[in-house]
Design a protein around this ligand. Sequence first.
Ligand SMILES: Cc1cc2nc3c(=O)[nH]c(=O)nc-3n(C[C@H](O)[C@H](O)[C@H](O)COP(=O)(O)OP(=O)(O)OC[C@H]3O[C@@H](n4cnc5c(N)ncnc54)[C@H](O)[C@@H]3O)c2cc1C
Length: 398
Amino acid sequence: MNNYDAVIIGAGACGLMCAAQAGLLGKKTLLIERNEKPGAKILISGGGRCNYTNIHTSVDNFVSENSKFLNAVFSQWTVDDTLNFFEQYGGITGQEKTLGQLFPVSNKAKDIVATFSSLLYDTGQDLWLNTEVKQVHKLAEGFEIVVDRGGSSQTIVAKKVVMASGGLPVAKLGASDFALRVAKQFDIHVVPTAAALVPLTITGKDADWYASLAGNSVFARVYNDKIAFEENILFTHWGLSGPAILQISSYWKAGEQFTIDLLPKFKLEDVIKQERNEGGKRTVGQLLNDYFTRKMVEALGKYLPLDIKIASLSKVDAKLIVDVVHRFKVKPAGDKGYDKAEVMRGGVSTEELHAKNLESKKISGLYFGGEAVDITGWLGGYNFQWAWAAGFVIAQDL
Ligand SMILES: Cc1cc2nc3c(=O)[nH]c(=O)nc-3n(C[C@H](O)[C@H](O)[C@H](O)COP(=O)(O)OP(=O)(O)OC[C@H]3O[C@@H](n4cnc5c(N)ncnc54)[C@H](O)[C@@H]3O)c2cc1C
């Protein structure tokens, strides 16, 4: 056996927190990362500013076959713990931007990674970069880990192994299916995966309509029978993006449609009634100009009679306007795939893990945390909060 209490695979959010917390407990870990530097996703997150937690975090902000599983994890590591940790060890103060999203005041994601770099150093943890873990084997006691280090194969033996190698999104940042492969190798159930927090594509007869609006952003309510989000949507040359679309994408499956309320803060029925009471001299287009950009109104003209005066609107046309504006139906063709996704949905089933420490129920000494697990946060710092919490609870058990 080596001297390591554990080998942690993946120096992303979960692996870094796990190694740092283990170090604070006086343990010795080896953190292995295939990239040339740790925390590649942290560094580019939130546009390089890192939305590192969300003050509203609760189990309801996560997609999973069993999000209640998170209660046991979040009772051990809270949002305050995240804030205190980065303040104490990195001198980082958080500032809220919107919807409870917290960023370092410095606006620098690299401050988050630097916090870990110094803690790993101070607590004597080992970090092997440019090293890819190829295989994990169970021994009678502990595990054998086969790595490719600078082109040469090496074998390490460890009592415990932490799978913190993340999910499938963004291959160029180091993403791999390694955690999923190891799970399958040990007959651990994996919930089918899909891209989440991902832009959606539109093809077919409506494609040109969306493309004509490329660059236009609208504050909207996007909803289906499961959930609703009120944030901006963004039209693009290939379909839809923007925060509200990324959010709904985590609750959308191929073949399904969802609805967009393009004017969630107003009730168009009432607006039309009021306009009629005032004489109804303006046209539908002129009325819509009060609420939308000229480009958007022009595009809505594909579906609506823009030139009709409000006074002469038939009941049918009035209903059509309300339906199109408040209940705009969208049936995406697909999504932009893992390389444009912020996270992966699905992953190692929570049924397979002890909620207290994220250890496999089948293979003792094997742990799964972060994006590899079937826990997917909303947009807004929730995914990092889960990754930090997972790293912490695993470290307590190493
Ligand atoms: C563009 C973008 C922006 C984002 N912004 C935010 C944000 O602002 N806030 C938020 O909460 N979330 C954000 N996320 C999501 C967040 O980055 C992830 O949820 C989080 O990084 C997952 O942490 P993790 O430790 O599980 O995995 P990762 O951070 O992906 O770390 C896994 C690590 O394992 C390494 N690895 C994989 N396979 C192997 C192997 N075989 N051997 C060795 N190493 C391996 C990878 O190189 C990687 O470094 C963003 C994601 C993206 C793509």
